[in-house]
Structure formats: structure tokens, C-alpha cells
Design a protein around this ligand. Structure first.
Ligand code: ZN
Length: 187
């Protein structure tokens, strides 16, 4: 099932998401639906708050890029994070151009560390504690921000925020088009 994605301005995107336990109802179905929703919208990551669920579940999926051959792998590499926690930011900070399914039409360079050490449960409730790097570290940081009620535009400089103020208010007002279904905040 494909969920509608909520947009900037919806209050759920600003809440701290709650951890879940193994008794969470139909978790396998929810995770499968989150992947389906993410791929249908051409995203590389989706956090449960983006489908209006205030819980700490994230899915990530993208075809790995091979710098040596300048090609993308045939299969999407998938990672499910349940109750993820960032333990440490690792390496140098660098800029990378980010977008977000909840903030359509806006792409901005965001400064984050290259690596990050994360502890999480996977969909089989196996505990992981790993240092992530590259694209996975980037997407994980973006998605875990969603669980803290943050979106990537919060991380821009004051100047940059001022420059895109108009675009942000267009998103909040629902003045945009997407190829996927969105649910906006009802005033
Ligand atoms: Zn996002």
C-alpha cells in the first residue's frame, strides 16, 4: 500500500518520534509499505513521520554508486532502521545536495559529517552498531533528523534560509506539483 506523504507545515513532521517494541502491530506490513511508498515517489529514504506515523522507523534504499566505473549497481541496497540512535559523528564535514519528499521542489547543499556511528534494530530485531559512510551515512543522518522533528532546510545557514523563504512558504501553502500523492496540513 502506498501512503500519502505529508508536507512541510504538517505538525507530525515537527514531533519527536516515539520508539517502538516488537509488539508493534503489523510491523512487517508497515515496513513493506514504507519501501513501496518510497520507491513510488523515487525517494532514497523515508521516515515514518513522513507518512504521519509518529514512530522511530526509517527505510533507506538506493542503487550503490561505483566511482571506479561511474555506474550504479543493478540492485537497490536496502536498510531498515528501527529505533536508530546516532552514537557519534565521524570524519570531516562536507556539503551534499539534498532534497526531501516532504519538501518538494527544494534542493540545497547541506553540511554533515561524512560518517556516522549508529545503533539500530533491523526488521528482524537484530541489534546493529556500525559506522556508516558515504551515501548511506548521508541518507541515515537526513532520515534520523526526521525522527527528531527536523527537516534538512533547518540545517541551512541563516542567509540561505532567507534566500529560500519564498520557496518554503510555497511548499507550506501547497503551491507545488509532485508525481506522488501528498497530504497537507488542514488549516
Ligand atoms: Zn526527508
Amino acid at each position: 500500500m502506498i501512503y500519502p506523504i505529508i508536507g512541510l507545515g504538517h505538525p507530525t513532521l515537527r514531533k519527536i518520534a516515539q520508539p517502538i517494541d516488537k509488539d508493534y502491530p503489523e510491523l512487517d506490513k508497515l515496513i513493506a509499505d514504507m519501501y513501496e511508498t518510497m520507491y513510488a515517489a523515487d525517494g532514497v529514504g523515508l521516515a515514518a513521520p513522513q507518512i504521519d506515523l509518529n514512530i522511530r522507523v526509517v527505510v533507506i534504499g538506493f542503487r550503490p554508486y561505483d566511482e571506479a566505473t561511474d555506474t550504479y549497481g543493478p540492485e537497490s541496497e536496502e536498510h531498515t532502521f528501527i529505533n536508530p540512535e546516532i552514537l557519534e559523528f565521524v570524519g570531516e564535514k562536507e556539503y551534499f545536495n539534498e532534497g526531501c519528499l516532504s519538501v518538494p521542489g527544494i534542493h540545497e547543499d547541506v553540511l554533515r559529517t561524512e560518517g556516522v556511528r549508529v545503533r539500530w534494530y533491523d526488521e528482524k530485531w537484530q541489534l546493529h552498531e556500525e559506522e556508516l559512510h558515504g551515501m548511506l551515512a548521508r541518507v541515515a543522518q537526513h532520515e534520523i533528523d526526521h525522527l527528531e522533528g527536523k527537516v534538512f532546510t533547518d540545517r541551512l545557514s541563516a542567509l540561505r534560509k532567507t534566500m529560500i523563504k519564498r520557496k518554503i512558504s510555497d511548499v507550506v501553502a501547497g503551491r507545488f506539483r509532485t508525481s506522488y500523492r501528498m497530504k497537507m496540513n488542514k488549516k
